[in-house]
Design a protein around this ligand. Structure first.
Ligand code: ADE
Length: 344
């Protein structure tokens, strides 16, 4: 099996691995940052974010000390902001308890905030050459096809079982490359959407799904629940070069980030008039400002914008006035609101 599985895979990886910024210098910190960014985000999208993040925050200490607003700005557009908040909490632990160096132990990595089985396995194997599995969605797809396994890959017990099975093949001398090769095969050959490129696969002679024509059936995933739809009316209040923004509460979706003032419902002309009266702006001009849709993992926002031009920046405890250009470099505005920012 080693001859049939491990050797061809590592040879393929040596010849075909993409050159990626985090692979050039796989320090524990760089591997950590890249793996957290790569959860839920494509490699091409991550590259510029990774370079900028590492440039601004080159080590664990810098991350631990980074002011909140700057940290959110560095993550702006990547989404799932708790990923970076957890990373900062973990960085502070690493500074206090491990002298600023990520621990070279799978269990200790796992104990840090935001580091789960996959990320602990990736850091331990890629940065420290510790032989442990790192099983993500890519790897599950590759392995269920290789073995013709119809277990539900969304179940935790499937991930655990695959991790144990990977260990039967783990090459002691190259655990990091072995894990990355599995990930890479899943990302570039045994692809998630569309036809996999089986003619380029190092496992074309051993893959059960390929031999038995099961590629379209594997992997098995139980369908997820439909997303909840939430309607929003978004107010673009402007006064010359100023615009009103509101800081979201410190719990829940997009916690602590900035947004345009909005209401959690669809509003007709009458509702909007009422809202404006409540905010002492009944004489202002309004214009429809387009529609936007944003998809989160469990919720979908369906938004309608209303642009309101004011002669004076009317104060309210619901928002603050800032310069439009400060939305570019100071306040972190999540991608959900990007289409409205572009209008301003
Ligand atoms: N996706 C998740 N981890 C990755 C890695 N280390 N390289 C490329 N793609 C990935």
């Amino acid at each position: 099996m080693i001859e049939e599985i491990v050797k061809p895979l590592l040879k393929w990886y040596d010849e075909n691995a993409r050159i990626l910024p985090w692979r050039e210098e796989p320090t524990p910190y760089r591997v950590w940052v890249s793996e957290i960014m790569l959860q839920q985000t494509r490699v091409e999208a991550v590259k510029p974010y990774f370079q900028r993040f590492i440039g601004e925050l080159p080590d664990v200490q810098a991350l631990a000390e980074c002011p909140e607003e700057k940290l959110m700005k560095l993550w702006e557009g990547l989404g799932y902001y708790n990923r970076v908040r957890n990373m900062q909490t973990a960085a502070r632990t690493v500074v206090c308890e491990y002298e600023g160096v990520l621990p070279a132990s799978y269990e200790e990595l796992l104990s840090l905030k935001g580091i789960g089985n996959y990320t602990a396995g990736a850091i331990a194997s890629i940065a420290y050459q510790i032989p442990v599995p790192a099983v993500d969605g890519n790897v599950l797809r590759v392995l269920t096809r290789l073995w013709g396994d119809d277990s539900d890959i969304l179940k935790d017990k499937t991930k655990k079982a695959m991790g144990r099975r990977v260990m039967e093949f783990m090459p002691e001398d190259r655990p990091g490359d072995f894990n990355q090769a599995l990930i890479e095969l899943g990302a570039t050959v045994c692809v998630p959407n569309g036809q996999p490129l089986c003619d380029q696969c190092p496992w074309d002679t051993v893959c059960k799904a390929y031999k038995e024509d099961l590629i379209d059936q594997l992997p098995v995933k139980t369908p997820k629940k439909a997303r909840r739809i939430e309607h929003k009316t978004v107010f673009l209040l402007e006064c010359g070069e100023q615009v009103a923004i509101h800081k979201r509460g410190d719990k829940g979706l997009l916690a602590g980030l900035w947004e345009f003032p909005n209401e959690d419902k669809k509003m007709d002309a009458e509702d909007i008039k009422e809202w404006m009266a409540e905010h002492h702006m009944e004489d202002a001009k309004t214009k429809a400002a387009g529609k936007g849709k944003h998809i989160f993992s469990h919720v979908e926002w369906h938004m309608e914008g209303v642009r309101i031009s004011l002669k004076t920046p009317i104060q309210s405890e619901n928002y603050v006035w800032v310069l439009k250009k400060e939305l570019e470099n100071t306040y972190a505005l999540p991608s959900a609101f990007e289409i409205f920012r572009k209008i301003l």
